[in-house]
Design a protein around this ligand. Structure first.
Ligand code: MN
Ligand code: MN
Length: 343
């Protein structure tokens, strides 16, 4: 620190040293800053004002007025960020540098109205459009699942009709609940009705539990979805599930929507509408790794409700979902940087 008396001294904790790979600003340098002392951004990555340009924007949406059962997903974004501080720069399973091969930054949270759902949905759409003017790809931390609709509106305005790969215990293609059309059980019906979806290519993975009627599945197919149910994992295996996903979406622009309740409550207790008999974290992460050869243009991680979490189990699972998505999007590191090490 300068000591010439010309300016007020900057406290040493104010600016934390960061790792860099070429021009890319990465995580706080954990060799000099303990992980528990880093900033409250996803994976201790830079904020938007700390980078000159951006490839991937991470945006939080602390909104949960659309939940039908347990509330609390409004605290999801900060919980996921807090649970993401142990993520490291190199992902050996994916052979990827999720924070070093492209510029990722945390844009903070979109301010969404806590009571007025249509106003909140409009605000999220504006925020997502703003983020897409700065970055090619968007990773949204929810929030309840209502927010997938405005994010799909923003992405569809750029890419046209989108193929959704939707990880969830639930269909989320219902019509209304208490006469309300915008809530966390309806975003994909609204998106289909609005023409935002490629109806030949949408897919649910991890569906299970009860429905209101067998007709729910017929409605769902008419809206453009194919379903891979949890029991299909036992019938065709993980490789078979991945193959079905690839053949369903092909080369179309894809939105990956991860409702954390796709995981069994053993792996994600901190969520609003838990259902028994779900995926393991390992199964979900393996499928997400396989999205690297799809044309994914954006993703969300929703329905993390920390009040019901224990020991950050759900938060850590959500953080690793983000890690695999960022790894899948990371281009190969340039050869001159590939042998560098960050600490
Ligand atoms: Mn769900
Ligand atoms: Mn959902």
């Amino acid at each position: 620190m300068d000591n010439d008396g010309s300016a007020a001294a900057t406290p040493s904790f104010w600016v934390q040293p960061r790792t860099r790979l070429g021009d890319v600003v990465g995580q706080v340098d954990f060799a000099t800053t303990p992980r528990s002392a880093g900033p409250m951004t996803f994976a201790s990555l830079p904020r938007i004002d700390e980078v000159a340009q951006l490839d991937v924007a991470i945006v939080g949406v602390p909104f949960d007025a659309g939940v039908s059962y347990r509330p609390g997903a409004r605290f999801g974004p900060q919980h996921i960020r807090a649970s993401s501080r142990l993520l490291r720069p190199y992902n050996p399973e994916a052979d990827a540098w999720p924070f070093g091969a492209h510029q990722v930054a945390d844009l903070g949270n979109i301010t969404a109205h806590p009571y007025d759902i249509p106003a909140a949905v409009a605000a999220v759409e504006r925020g997502a459009r703003d983020a897409l003017e700065r970055a090619d790809r968007l990773l949204v931390l929810g929030g309840d699942h209502t927010i997938a609709l405005p994010v799909l509106r923003a992405l569809s305005a750029v890419h046209g009709p989108i193929a959704v790969v939707h990880f969830d215990a639930h269909l989320d293609t219902w019509d209304t609940y208490f006469d309300t059309p915008l809530l966390h059980g309806t975003p994909f019906r609204r998106a289909s009705e609005e023409g935002l979806l490629d109806k030949e290519s949408c897919l649910h993975i991890g569906i299970r539990g009860g429905l209101y009627s067998a007709a729910d599945m017929d409605d769902d197919r008419a809206l453009g979805f194919m379903g891979i149910r949890c029991e299909d994992f036992d019938l065709v295996g993980l490789g078979g599930v991945i193959e079905r996903m690839r053949s369903r979406v092909g080369t179309r622009p894809v939105y990956v929507s991860v409702d954390i309740d796709v995981l069994d409550p053993a792996f994600a207790p901190g969520t609003g509408t838990p259902e028994s008999g779900g995926l393991s974290s390992r199964e979900l992460l393996t499928i997400l790794r396989a999205t690297a050869d799809l044309n994914v243009v954006g993703a969300d991680i929703v329905e993390v409700a920390p009040t019901y979490d224990h020991a950050e189990i759900t938060g850590i699972a959500a953080a690793h979902v983000g890690y695999e998505l960022l790894s899948a999007w990371a281009p190969p590191l340039p050869p001159e940087l590939a042998n560098l090490r960050t600490r």
